[in-house]
Design a binder for this molecule. Structure first.
Ligand SMILES: Nc1ncnc2c1ncn2[C@@H]1O[C@H](COP(=O)(O)OP(=O)(O)OP(=O)(O)O)[C@@H](O)[C@H]1O
Ligand SMILES: [Mg+2]
Length: 267
């Protein structure tokens, strides 16, 4: 297999934001992911599909740099820089943002205070800046909601929307969403999708978008409202196929992931 290393010069031309090459990941000394190659360009949204336990969240956590996800082979480049051994904090500071599958509740920390930190509002005022309040109002969040402890007693849909609100405060360049639609009813999926579209600058023409995303979804319903450029199917810790999201989803809907297993056996 020929491997092409993307040099700084080439990176500027093709505008790749995230480059994952030959990645293998172990958790508790068990290999969960192997042979992962994934390239995401500036302004692109990629979709990650796969059955339960195929390794989607493991890939998400590995890109984020959680310590218990041990990278045994390969490398991850972000904005042309090798981040494989950087801490999660350093990766977030470089512009990686995440919406977790199951974010924890933080007792004693108000959502408003977390938003202030995430939006780099260092003043002593208890109030959010007018700029941040504009986002809160645009997303139609009740101001009382901001006074509540982060995720404590939030409904499933509120947890997911609070994650998106926090991402809008952080303004990351590359955003990973781990099942943003799980546990969310149909009407709220549409609302959530609108917010994801704001984050990923979908109102701009594709060539003008600066933000990229990796969207993990199980059933793909959210893709009716958030356009994806390329989809990848993860099976048993390997990327089984990549291609047009609509076509891949249609096959999965018809055949389940059974077809992907057969595809894996052929290749
Ligand atoms: N801390 C851990 N120790 C041992 N095995 C783990 C650990 N974390 C994950 N795994 C295993 O890694 C595999 C992949 O899990 P992962 O959570 O990445 O799957 P997923 O594709 O996100 O699944 P789901 O669709 O259910 O969210 C599973 O078999 C899981 O049991
Ligand atoms: Mg998962």
């Amino acid at each position: 297999m020929i491997k092409i290393r993307i040099t700084d010069k080439l990176w500027a031309v093709v505008k790749l934001l995230l480059e994952i090459t030959d990645l293998a990941v172990e958790v508790n000394e068990k290999e969960i992911l192997s042979d992962i190659d994934l390239y995401i360009g500036k302004g692109e949204t990629h979709v990650l599909l796969g059955p339960n336990g195929s390794g989607k969240s493991t890939l998400f956590m590995s890109i984020l740099g959680f310590p218990k996800y041990d990278i045994t082979r390969g490398e991850i480049l972000f904005k042309g820089e090798d981040i494989t051994s950087l801490s999660t904090t350093e990766r977030v500071e470089m512009g990686i943002g995440v919406s977790f599958q199951n974010p924890p509740a933080i007792r004693g920390v108000k959502l408003k205070d977390l938003l202030k930190i995430e939006h780099h509002e260092l003043d002593k005022s208890e109030d959010l800046s007018p700029e941040m309040m504009e986002i809160v109002n645009k997303l139609k969040f009740d101001e009382k909601f901001l006074e509540r402890d982060v995720n404590l007693g939030f409904s499933g849909g509120e947890v997911k929307r609070s994650e998106i609100l926090q991402l809008l405060a952080q303004e990351p360049d590359f955003i990973m969403f781990d099942e943003p639609d799980s546990g969310v009813d149909i009407e709220n999926v549409e609302l959530l999708a609108e917010e994801i579209n704001i984050l990923l600058e979908k109102e701009k023409k594709p060539g003008l978008r600066e933000k990229s995303g990796l969207l993990i979804t199980h059933l793909g319903y959210i893709l009716n409202f958030v356009g994806g450029d390329t989809a990848h199917v993860l099976m048993d810790g390997k990327i089984a196929c990549s291609g047009n999201p609509a076509e891949i989803l249609e096959d999965i809907r018809k055949e389940g992931f059974k077809g992907c297993v057969e595809c894996c056996q052929i290749h």
